[in-house]
Design a protein around this ligand. Sequence first.
Ligand code: FES
Length: 296
Amino acid sequence: MEEPQKIGAVLVVGAGIGGMQASLDLANAGFKVYLVEKGPSLGGVMSQLDKTFPTNDCAMCTLSPRLVECGSHLNIEKLTYSEVQSMAGGPGAFKIQVRKKARSVDTAKCTGCGTCMSGCPVRNTIQVPEPAQELPSEESAAIIAVTDEIMERCGRDKQQLIRLLQEVNSRFNHLQPQALKRIADQLGLPMAEIYGTASFFKSFSLEPRGKHVIRVCMGTACHVRGAQRVLEELERRLDICTGQTTEDRLFTLDRVNCLGACALGPIIAVDEQFHGQMSPAKVPKLLDQYLEQESA
Ligand code: FES
């Protein structure tokens, strides 16, 4: 019997492990594949993982062969840093518009050496936020006194900038603008450089954080055991979305990818304390515990 003729092309959206495998299967079956990925490279979340649940397999060992094969397959056209804009038509005759974002890099010449980062103009044009409001002079003096004490302890040295920011972040629960201004003045650094460093690290916050930071693990092990429901219950009880802080500045709600205690999942951490085998029903009791501490 004659093989049916393969016609047309296939579009796969997302170049994570699933998208890559689907593209390879289709390309090997004779289809032309357009693989669209909104990130700048193939691999998706799996490329950021060390091990995978539940087998503890090395993530890169699973991913690398597919990356290489996808990267060099003649039937797969990679459209990275791109997004689907619109879709029209029906089965067999889809018309899809894809928006390709500017990379400002010649991908044919790029070797991934990273040298361009040191000359990147974006670092020098960082927007420095305006100080939120003028503080009363006593409050302002107290912030300067605390900042001076931190600088005395850590050293008035540009090399110590990250350590100084860590101290300010933990002392004020965020990078207090006046403290940053004091550091910039004392070290003779432009505010753009301070904010450039501050905004590079995820552990720093430019917004005031709550007294207690709740981190909900959304890693695979916790996710399959219902972490999403725990997160939703926390959002509902605290009346905030993930990443926000309650009005009374008591709680900030965050999500993380793995807290390193997968066997106890779903797990959440309140400050440094872990609470394992969480469920939506346990959320009110846990929050009450902290509210009682506060009122005491
Ligand atoms: S997935 Fe590892 S602690 Fe949640």
